[in-house]
Design a protein around this ligand. Structure first.
Ligand SMILES: [Ca+2]
Ligand SMILES: [Ca+2]
Length: 230
């Protein structure tokens, strides 16, 4: 039983939820990702967006050669996720990777979520969660999201070392302009689940599903054998 419940946590996929809730303010966790909402540094009030040097954005780093991270506000297109103001555009001035290294404890389950949104249509990016000590990828998935609303994605990943990298890679964007696309906001990666996190299915119900699957296979086989008889 123990190994099955562990397996259920390790193999949980991401769950897409339509946005319908306005959350409370983000709580910074000492052992988690910081500035996940891109609310620091503030874009000057007379600007609707800003291209800001990564040294001024707590937590986040970029592979862009100009070291710029693009932050937008409700004064440009729309607000951020969960009723917040600021959000990031992954395709700042060039196709690049946005990442943050987080202190983790080997063997501990990390709960995560983020919001993604297209700019001119369906935009595509890849989330990777990487153990930096061994340079092994613990989780990697591509997400395609349109521009009609913020979409929440979430999951859990078990850390295997002391430093884990949270990484967004730009893959494609509607319109093909490298400086446009892939809005990101309210990123969460910590040992405690965020508010509103989907509960992992109980081991009992996972077993139930497995049993139903096995039963389905048996009954299909029986039907096939019957068909051969006909
Ligand atoms: Ca935000
Ligand atoms: Ca841009």
């Amino acid at each position: 039983m123990k190994s099955i419940s562990k397996l259920a946590v390790v193999t949980i996929g991401s769950v897409a939820l339509s946005l319908g809730i306005v959350g409370n303010g983000q709580e910074a966790h000492a052992s988690g990702l910081i500035n996940g909402g891109f609310e620091q540094t503030l874009v000057p009030s007379n600007q609707s967006w800003a291209s800001i040097d990564e040294s001024l954005i707590p937590g986040w780093e970029t592979t862009a050669t100009d070291n710029k991270i693009e932050i937008q506000t409700p004064r440009l297109f729309h607000g951020g996720a969960l009723g917040t103001d600021q959000y990031a555009e992954l395709n700042a001035n060039q196709i690049s990777t946005l990442y943050q290294d987080v202190e983790t404890t080997s063997g501990s389950t990390m709960f995560w979520r983020f919001f993604h949104r297209g700019r001119q249509g369906v935009d595509t990016m890849r989330l990777s969660i990487i153990d930096l000590a061994t340079n092994s990828t613990l989780f990697s998935q591509i997400y395609n999201t349109d521009n009609t609303a913020w979409v929440e994605y979430q999951g859990t990943t078990v850390a295997t070392g002391g430093t884990t990298r949270w990484q967004f890679d730009s893959v494609a964007a509607a319109g093909g302009n490298p400086t446009i696309g892939n809005f990101l906001d309210e990123v969460y990666f910590a040992e405690k689940p965020p508010e509103g996190f989907q509960t992992v299915p109980e081991p009992a119900s996972v077993l139930g599903l497995l049993a139903m699957g096995a039963f389905g296979m048996i009954s299909t086989r029986k039907r096939k054998q019957l068909n051969i008889g006909n």
